[in-house]
Structure formats: structure tokens, C-alpha cells
Write a protein that binds this ligand. Structure first.
Ligand code: CO
Length: 134
């Protein structure tokens, strides 16, 4: 069902410092910060030849990242995103197999303008999984 790894998201307490690390220390191509109010995050995209890294920082008081950074003040890997061909079909199959889909179960438009859903980490080896329709 799942296809390519679309991105790995790393929650960071200081977006400018994280962007600098990836740009200067690691020599990667790094975007300018981009606010995504619907998801309560500001994102910096790091382009790699085979995937992307997203450096994510809370935006607003209701950001889902706030709790994560309170528990992990230095930051950490927040989620991994796999591509699927048809997100609603994938969701229905996963729900039928007992996996929990977060939120109301309806895909939302993600950071790349494509529909996304999140799956409960307890059903996927402790990792928060995002699905993106490719
Ligand atoms: Co993501």
C-alpha cells in the first residue's frame, strides 16, 4: 500500500538555528520558513536527492507540536510521511484492519498542497505516520 518515503519531520525549538545547521553544517538546500496555519506549524523544507526533511516549529498556541517540544525540549523526530496513491482507499483499508486515524478521519491539505492524514503512533511501532496522496 505505501509507496515512497515523502519526508521525515523533525520538531525543532529554534527554526533559524536548525535551518542554519542543515544549510551550513550539512550543506543542504534549505527553503525559507513557511507558515501553515491549518496545521499549526512553521516549516523549513530541506531538499535531499531522494527525499525531504521538514524542520517543523509550533505556530500558534493550539499547535500540535507544543506538547511534543515540552516533552522533548531539544527537538526530535516527530513523524514520517509515506506516499499513497489513493488516500481515502488507504484510510478505509487501514481502519478496516484496526488502525486508528487521527482527527475526524478526513484528509486535510498538507504542507505540499496534497491531502494528508495522520495515523496513531501506538498502531505503528511508536512512530507517528503521515500519509500523503502522491
Ligand atoms: Co509531514
Amino acid at each position: 500500500m505505501i509507496g515512497r518515503l515523502n519526508h521525515v519531520a523533525i520538531a525543532v525549538p529554534d527554526l533559524d538555528a536548525a535551518a542554519k545547521t542543515y544549510r551550513q553544517t550539512l550543506g543542504a538546500i534549505v527553503s525559507t520558513p513557511c507558515d501553515i496555519p491549518e496545521h499549526g506549524v512553521t516549516v523549513v523544507f530541506v531538499e535531499l536527492s531522494n527525499t525531504k526533511i521538514e524542520l517543523v516549529h509550533p505556530l500558534g498556541d493550539a499547535s500540535p507540536l507544543k506538547g511534543y517540544l515540552e516533552k522533548n525540549p531539544a527537538g526530535g523526530i516527530h513523524h514520517i510521511c509515506y506516499e499513497v496513491a489513493d488516500i481515502r482507499e488507504a484510510r478505509d483499508k487501514l481502519k478496516a484492519s484496526g488502525a486508528r486515524v487521527l482527527g475526524d478521519g478526513e484528509p486535510k491539505i498538507g504542507a505540499h498542497g496534497k491531502p494528508v492524514l495522520f495515523l496513531h503512533p501506538k498502531d505503528f511501532q511508536g512512530a507517528l505516520v503521515e500519509l500523503e496522496e502522491a
